[in-house]
Design a protein around this ligand. Sequence first.
Ligand code: C2E
Ligand code: CA
Ligand code: CA
Ligand code: CA
Length: 273
Amino acid sequence: AKALGRNRSCIYSQELSAHKSSQLSLEQDLRDAVENEEFSLEFQGQFRPGERIPRRVETLIRWPHELRGQVSPHEFIPLAESSGLIRELGFWVLRRACAEFMSWRQQGMKLEKIAVNVSAMQINSRFAETVETIMKETGFEPAWLELEVTESLMMSGMTEVNNQIHQLRALGVEFSIDDFGTGYSSLSKLKEMPVSVLKIDRSFVRNIHDQENDYEIARAIVAMADSLNIEVVAEGVENEEQGETLRHLGCEWLQGYLYGRPMAADDFLRHYS
Ligand code: C2E
Ligand code: CA
Ligand code: CA
Ligand code: CA
């Protein structure tokens, strides 16, 4: 039994170190990819119920790795956060997103806003200033930008975070809370936050038409948002039943494969104009 035990822990530590070294090499690859700008962006529409052309769009990063294939943002964003690379990467995403948006508008698309995901790790004392510089460089108006942040970032209570958010709000940039319902927002705090949009997490949308709990949660989010003058986006809408239920609840925006998959900038333009 002893020998077996030792064997097991040996296998375990081998697996662990294999995991560690693959993470390390992925981090090195990520570093190179940031330096060489090996990323691309995809865009997914947000639709008013019943409309087929999106008025808003969310930016999603892609990393086509030459050996590993597409690496999921769920895998590399945490690594970019822990390594500090997220700051440079985040500004690259923002710069590209603003530029694509400008180009779509110049080609006649009538988009109101573009949303960009922002991690907590990106926010330091120079965040707002750099965002402002990027908007100026691309001729992009602050009112066209929406930054998607998490509940925990919005609710952190950190002075620096609040400063940066208020600085951007003063310019006209709006904020939405991503994956809403999965964190620990208190309603009283939400009331004080400069938030324009709540995004109902996909986990509540998935079974909304046949799970009473999920339906009630979505209903409560829409009702609460309504009373606070905040709009709601439902994410991950994949079928008609989900879409109809959300529309019936009074959800203002719908996003998901049912309405449009994320696509490259030129496909987005061709598809919707
Ligand atoms: P998220 O912000 O919650 O984005 C929604 C995710 O759901 C995206 O996955 C999108 O492709 C996917 N999706 C959209 N519609 C549907 C649907 O109908 N069904 C299903 N099953 N999925 C749908 P993606 O692109 O893999 O991104 C994963 C996460 O990575 C994002 O979740 C976001 O947290 C993060 N992320 C993506 N791009 C960026 C970025 O530029 N910066 C930062 N900081 N994070 C990003
Ligand atoms: Ca998002
Ligand atoms: Ca989300
Ligand atoms: Ca999510």
